[in-house]
Write a protein that binds this ligand. Structure first.
Ligand code: GCO
Length: 448
C-alpha cells in the first residue's frame, strides 16, 4: 500500500471546457458566442488565435474518452456550449447540439466514467450579449430556461452539475479588467454581471429541485490564497480586500446570502454599488450539494496607496513560477480549503480545477517530459491528502486539463494539458504527468 492513501470513494477526474476544446464553431447549427466575437477581433488574443478548431474534440471526443479511460478517472468535467443548444440564446432547441452531448455522455458512461457538466464556462450566445449580456436580467431567465432543457435531457445520466465556472472571471476579469470576452472595463458593470450570474445560479438550483432532477448541483468559484506580508493592520486590511475580491465576494453570497460589508463599503468609495432586488440574496443562497473550487495559486500582499483597486501590492517572496508566471503555492491549497471549511461549513468540496502551465517540448518520439508539471501535481495531491486527514470534506479532484487547449487570451501558447495536443495534426500524446496521475489513480495514492 502506498503511504499516501486516499479514501476509497475519492473522485479522481480531469476537466475541460467547450470553447477551449471543441472547435467546429459553425457546425450543426451552433450559434456564435462572445468568445467567437472576441477571438476574431484582432489584438484580443495572443497571436490572434481562436477556438474555430481548437482540439477538434467535437469530432474526436471518442479519442478523448479513450484517453480518460486509460487514465482511469472516475469522472470527467466538461462544459456545455450554450450556443449549440440555443444558437440565439433562447427560442427553439437545436437538436443537433443536444445530440453531440448525448454522444459524449453515452461514451463516458460506456467507459465507466461519470459525466460532470458545467452549464456556463464562458461561451455566452452573442445574441444575448447584443441585448446587454449578463448586465441584462433577461439573461438570467434565458439561462434558467437553457438549464432546464439540459436537466431534463440528461436526467439520470449526468449526476453532477455545475452552474457557473468562475464567476469572478465572468464578471471582473471580463468586464472590469477587460482581458476576456466581452472585454469591457467598467467596475459597475462587472459588479452587475457578478450579481446577475449568482442570481442565475440560484434560480437554476431552484429549478433543479423543483423538477426533482437526480444527482447533485453546485457552483465553482476560483479561489486564491492571499496573505498579508506583515501583521501591520494596514497590510492585513489590504490583503484582506484583495483576497475578498476573489473569495468572499462570491463565497459569502453563495453560503451566507450576503456580500461582505467591508467590500460593499470599499466599492462604494469607487462609485459602485450592487444592484440587489428583493429576493435576490435568498435566491443566490439556495442550498447547494457541493462547492467546486478552482485553485491555482496564491501570494502575499501589502498596503500601497493607490495600487490597483484595493491599495494592495503583491510582494514577491521567491515562489517558483509556472509559465503563466503564477506562484506555485501548494500550501495555499491547504490553507484556502481549510478556510472554506471553517468559514462556510460542511458542504462537500470538489477541486474542480488545479494544474499548471509549463513550456512543453515534444520529443522526436512524441514524448513530453513535463517534470515540473508532474511535481506540481504531486505537491498539490499531498495537500489534498492533508486536507482529508484534517477533516475537510474534500470529495474529489479534477486536473486542469485533460489536454492542451485554447487558453483564452493566451491562445495556444500556454499549455495546461496532461496530454499534449499537436495543433498541426490534432494528435494527442500523453505526457509524463499523465502517467504519473494514472499511477496515482491506480494505487489511489502514492509514496512520499
Ligand atoms: C478557468 C478556466 C480554465 C483555464 C484555466 C487555466 O476556469 O480559469 O476554467 O478554462 O484554462 O483556469 O487558466
Amino acid at each position: 500500500m502506498a503511504n499516501i492513501q486516499f479514501p476509497q470513494d475519492f473522485v479522481w477526474g480531469t476537466a475541460t471546457a467547450s470553447y477551449q476544446i471543441e472547435g467546429a464553431y459553425q457546425e450543426d447549427g451552433r450559434g456564435l458566442s462572445i468568445w467567437d466575437t472576441f477571438s476574431h477581433t484582432p489584438g484580443k488574443v495572443f497571436n490572434d488565435d481562436n477556438g474555430d478548431v481548437a482540439c477538434d474534440s467535437y469530432h474526436r471526443y471518442e479519442e478523448d474518452v479513450a484517453l480518460l479511460k486509460k487514465l482511469g478517472v472516475k469522472a470527467y468535467r466538461f462544459s456545455i456550449a450554450w450556443p449549440r443548444i440555443f444558437p440565439q440564446g433562447t427560442g427553439d432547441v437545436n437538436e443537433k447540439g443536444l445530440e453531440y452531448y448525448r454522444k459524449v455522455v453515452d461514451a463516458l458512461l460506456a467507459a465507466g466514467i461519470e459525466p460532470c457538466a458545467t452549464l456556463y464556462h464562458w461561451d455566452l450566445p452573442q445574441a444575448l450579449q447584443d441585448k446587454g449580456g449578463w448586465d441584462n436580467r433577461e439573461t438570467i431567465d434565458a439561462f434558467v430556461n437553457y438549464a432546464e432543457v439540459m436537466f431534463k435531457a440528461f436526467d439520470g445520466k449526468i449526476k453532477q452539475w455545475i452552474t457557473f465556472n468562475e464567476t469572478w472571471c465572468v464578471s471582473f476579469l471580463s468586464n472590469y479588467i477587460g482581458a476576456h470576452a466581452p472585454g469591457n472595463r467598467d467596475l459597475q458593470l462587472a459588479i452587475n454581471v457578478a450579481h446577475h450570474c449568482m442570481v442565475a445560479h440560484g434560480e437554476a438550483v431552484r429549478k433543479f429541485r423543483e423538477l426533482g432532477i437526480s444527482g447533485e448541483i453546485g457552483t465553482t468559484h476560483n479561489l486564491y490564497w492571499f496573505e498579508p506580508y506583515t501583521t501591520s493592520p494596514q497590510d492585513i486590511e489590504a490583503a484582506r480586500r484583495n483576497r475578498a475580491f476573489n473569495n468572499e465576494w462570491f463565497m459569502d453570497p453563495t453560503f451566507k446570502g450576503s456580500y461582505p460589508q467591508f467590500m460593499v463599503d470599499w466599492f462604494k468609495t469607487k462609485g459602485a454599488t450592487v444592484p440587489i432586488l428583493p429576493g435576490d440574496m435568498e435566491t443566490i443562497a439556495q442550498k447547494i450539494d457541493f462547492i467546486g473550487v478552482n485553485y491555482y495559486s496564491g501570494g502575499f500582499g501589502r498596503y500601497k496607496e493607490g495600487e490597483g483597486l484595493f491599495d494592495c501590492e503583491e510582494v514577491q517572496i521567491g515562489f517558483d513560477k509556472t509559465y503563466m508566471d503564477w506562484n506555485v503555492y501548494a500550501d495555499g491549497l491547504y490553507k484556502v480549503l481549510s478556510w472554506v471549511h471553517e468559514e462556510y461549513g460542511d458542504t462537500p468540496i470538489y477541486i474542480t480545477e488545479n494544474g499548471a502551465c509549463y513550456e512543453d517540448e515534444l520529443t522526436a518520439d512524441n514524448r513530453v517530459h513535463d517534470v515540473q508539471r508532474t511535481d506540481y501535481y504531486r505537491k498539490h495531491f499531498i495537500q489534498c491528502h492533508r486536507l482529508i486527514g484534517s477533516g475537510v470534506p474534500l470529495k474529489g479532484y479534477f486536473a486542469w486539463s485533460l489536454l492542451d487547449n485554447f487558453e483564452w487570451a493566451e491562445g495556444y501558447r500556454k499549455r495546461f494539458g496532461i496530454v499534449y495536443t499537436n495543433y498541426e495534426t490534432l494528435e494527442r500524446h500523453p505526457k509524463i504527468s499523465y502517467y504519473f496521475i494514472q499511477d496515482v489513480i491506480g494505487k489511489n495514492g502514492f509514496d512520499v
